[in-house]
Design a protein around this ligand. Structure first.
Ligand SMILES: NC(=O)c1ccc[n+]([C@@H]2O[C@H](COP(=O)([O-])OP(=O)(O)OC[C@H]3O[C@@H](n4cnc5c(N)ncnc54)[C@H](O)[C@@H]3O)[C@@H](O)[C@H]2O)c1
Length: 335
């Protein structure tokens, strides 16, 4: 039996592939490489290049492999881009996922783990925020994911599907063994951006909003190490193997760090100072977005290993240096 990982060439998916392989699982990756990298896919995984909504590809995969479950990461992930081009997000997230689920069910695969997001909560009034908080996404990206959650719920209600939707908070860090990391060009995640500034990939960075009602005036976010996140997926898979049910869980540590705390950690651990430009609050940004993680701790017996800002930043910094060397090597190879 094998696990199909969509988006396995991307940031989080490539970590999932390693975790599954480390656990002795057979893995098939489906990715069209629109933002992912083939080199990020562990060599022992079977790689199929293609679109998740292509029925011929799913047929090819299910004919060649005995797929028992899908862990579905593939999608478009940049919030401002979704505001500029909502059709892309509804097509590549909502419509493509519907097609994927349809083709998988027809092929007899009825277990799915889905990458959802804290963006469903919009700018939550309360912190921490629990799964039953009313959902109010502020971007087409968030809405495209909310629509998927609603579709999955309705399909599961027929008994055809068993799924776990995991709502990620702010994913950061890299594989502690440095086998993969966040490698997307033009990433917008705070820790990635700060690490790029610390390693000279960008001249500096901006802080949006310094007048929030928080201890240092900058916004608080719940940063979750990518390895703890993919472990939660593996626990969800093991759960579905035993219990055919469906549920939705927050994935975060339940405590947050401010933008200034993150930048201080990156500067301290890298030993590099870099310029910061202070900007206005961005529309729709919330002062604090923190997970209530009571449900995942109980339901999956999730035991995070890396819930420490310095550890997250150190792994992200190490990966940024690794990536810089890799890119330099590639350039030398070309010239
Ligand atoms: N990174 C975060 O902080 C975060 C937070 C919440 C949710 N998520 C969700 O996690 C998932 C993975 O995010 P990521 O940060 O690893 O993004 P990523 O861009 O690094 O990875 C996405 C992968 O999917 C592939 N892909 C995209 N559309 C495809 C399609 N139609 N067919 C086949 N492959 C396709 C891309 O090539 C890429 O390899 C996404 O669904 C995202 O919405 C991420």
């Amino acid at each position: 039996m094998a696990i199909l990982v969509t988006g396995g060439a991307g940031y989080i998916g490539s970590h999932m592939v390693w975790t599954l392989l480390d656990a002795g699982e057979d893995v098939v990756v489906l990715d069209n490489l629109c933002t992912g990298h083939e080199w990020a896919i562990a060599g022992q995984a079977h790689f199929v290049r293609g679109d998740i909504d292509d029925p011929a590809i799913i047929e090819r995969i299910t004919n060649a492999h005995d797929i028992e479950a899908v862990i579905h990461f593939a999608g478009s992930v940049v919030v401002p881009e979704s505001v500029a081009d909502p059709i892309k997000y509804y097509r590549n997230n909502t419509c493509a996922t519907l097609a994927l689920v349809d083709h998988c069910l027809k092929a007899g695969i009825n277990r799915l783990i889905f990458s959802s997001t804290a963006a469903l909560y919009g700018a939550p009034e309360e912190a921490p925020v629990a799964e039953d908080t009313p959902l109010a996404p502020l971007s087409p990206y968030g809405t495209s994911k909310l629509m998927i959650e609603q579709m999955l719920r309705d399909i599961a209600a027929t008994g055809a599907l068993h799924y776990v939707a995991l709502r990620y908070f702010n994913v950061a860090g890299a594989d502690p063994h440095q086998r993969t990391g966040q490698s997307t060009d033009g990433a917008t995640h705070l820790i990635k951006v700060a690490c790029e500034a610390a390693t000279g990939k960008r001249p500096g960075m901006s802080v949006f909003g310094t007048d929030y009602d928080t201890a240092d005036g900058t916004a608080l976010r719940d940063y979750i190490h990518v390895s703890d996140l993919v472990n939660a997926h593996y626990l969800a898979l093991q759960h579905l193997r035993i219990k055919p049910e469906s549920f939705t869980l927050n994935c975060g540590y339940g405590h947050g760090y401010s933008v200034y705390e993150v930048i201080d950690a990156v500067k301290r651990l890298s030993g590099n100072d870099f310029p910061i430009q202070l900007g206005q609050r961005r529309v729709g940004d919330s002062p604090r977005v923190i997970a209530d993680n009571t449900a995942i701790l109980e339901k999956l017996d999730w035991q995070p290993q890396y819930a420490d800002l310095d550890l997250i930043v150190q792994h992200a910094l190490d990966w940024e240096k690794h990536l810089a060397q890799r890119n330099m090597g590639a350039q030398e190879g070309v010239s």
